[in-house]
Write a protein that binds this ligand. Structure first.
Ligand SMILES: *Cc1c(COP(=O)(O)O)cnc(C)c1O
Length: 372
């Protein structure tokens, strides 16, 4: 029997379908050499802001910068503490440190792997300024509870929505659920650029105004610098590609949810597996489909032998990373996060995935685990 190959992601497949449209946009940009700012960037900001339902969308050059500029815009000061989770991509905490703050971690909910709101209050100190819930894997965090805690302690909340484009919490889209939100358009995200790009969404006009300045050398008018800023713009080449892809995002997410449903149907009776759950109040964007299994490394290796690529998001929690030894955490600081990190496995999930491929993945998992 010839082996079916299942990649973790198929970006060339998605690009192929849109190649002509994207190239047409890029040809226009080459002809006018309008690479920085201009109509393509303005159009994308307007379209993405409208799609999310946020009053303001500021495009930037990565999700990391989106987070960083929000925190700088909120006036984070040296020594200020920001509460987040250790099971996220390091960008969340790089943004905190690079804006002058200090990341403070709290443990996660074992079912959703999102921030456990029950753990937040005990981590609040007089230096705490805000909370960054990460909508991990594409599932919104428990925003009502988090926002209520923040209001009680006079803190701001910023969404890390880098994995959650068009996800919803109680019918409201991520990106509109707090003071501001950061989106990433890294190529592998649900909406991916042809390089690096990101965006901030917010309903706060004054904050939007500051972030626009921060991302563009602290200037509102060219060469007149109110503050020292950054070179953090999204260029027109990326904006044009993103505008071309944006109309497909909702249907791509729908396809992802369909694939997740198929995985659930085929894997629900495998006793060793913990399948991802979607809370009833959420519309999940399924950036990732992450299962948990005791012999994770073994399963990962066996699947690879059967032609199936899987991923780990993320293998080492941030509090145990070398980069954060200075924060003073140790093994055992966040037992739920640590247990999850040893058991998680991200299965292939992308819009173009076929039912045949999903069946092959599920049969291979069952074979490996000796399931009937
Ligand atoms: C991708 C990602 C980021 C950073 O995005 P970049 O565009 O790669 O800088 C931040 N947080 C999370 C949770 C992410 O998944």
């Amino acid at each position: 029997m010839s082996q079916l190959h299942v990649p973790f992601l198929d970006l060339p497949g998605q690009n192929h379908a849109l190649k002509k449209d994207i190239l047409k946009e890029w040809e226009g940009l080459l002809d006018c050499a309008g690479f920085i700012g201009g109509a393509a960037v303005e159009n994308f900001e307007e379209e993405f802001g409208k799609t999310i339902g946020a009053a303001h969308c500021i495009s930037v050059n990565s999700g990391t910068d989106a987070l960083r500029f929000i925190l700088i815009g909120l006036g984070l000061e040296p020594g200020d503490e920001v509460i987040t989770v250790p099971n996220t991509f390091i960008a969340t905490t790089e943004a905190i440190s690079q804006a002058g703050g200090r990341p403070v971690f709290v443990d996660i909910d074992p079912e959703t792997c999102n921030i456990d709101p029950e753990c937040i209050e005990q981590a609040i100190t007089p230096r705490t300024r805000g909370i960054i819930p990460v909508h991990l894997y594409g599932q919104p965090a428990e925003m009502d509870t988090i926002n209520a805690i923040a209001a009680r302690h006079d803190l701001w909340v910023v969404e890390d929505a880098c994995q959650a484009h068009l996800a919803e919490y109680k019918g409201e889209k991520t990106g509109t659920l707090a003071a501001a939100a950061a989106f990433s358009f890294y190529p592998g995200k649900n909406l991916g650029a042809c390089g690096d790009a990101g965006a901030v969404t917010t309903n706060d006009t004054a904050l939007a105004d500051r972030i626009r300045m921060i991302k563009d050398h602290g200037q509102r008018t060219k060469y007149y610098h109110e503050i020292e800023g950054y070179n953090g713009r999204c260029d027109a080449v990326q904006a044009a590609a993103l505008s071309t892809k944006l109309p497909y995002l909702a249907s791509w997410n729908e396809a992802r949810r369909g694939h997740a449903g198929k995985y659930h149907e085929l894997l629900k009776d495998v006793p060793e597996l913990q399948l991802p759950i979607c809370r009833p109040e959420n519309l999940h964007a399924y950036h990732l489909f992450v299962i948990q299994v005791p012999d994770r490394d073994e399963l990962m290796a066996r699947l690879l032998k059967k032609g199936i690529s899987t991923g780990l998001h993320y293998p080492v929690p941030l509090h145990l990373q070398e980069a954060y030894l200075n924060l003073g955490y140790k093994t055992g600081s966040f037992p739920i996060t640590e247990k999850a990190a040893s058991r998680i496995l991200s299965l292939p999930l992308f819009p173009e995935l076929t039912t045949t491929q999903i069946v092959h993945v599920c049969n291979s998992i069952k074979e490996t685990l000796n399931c009937p």
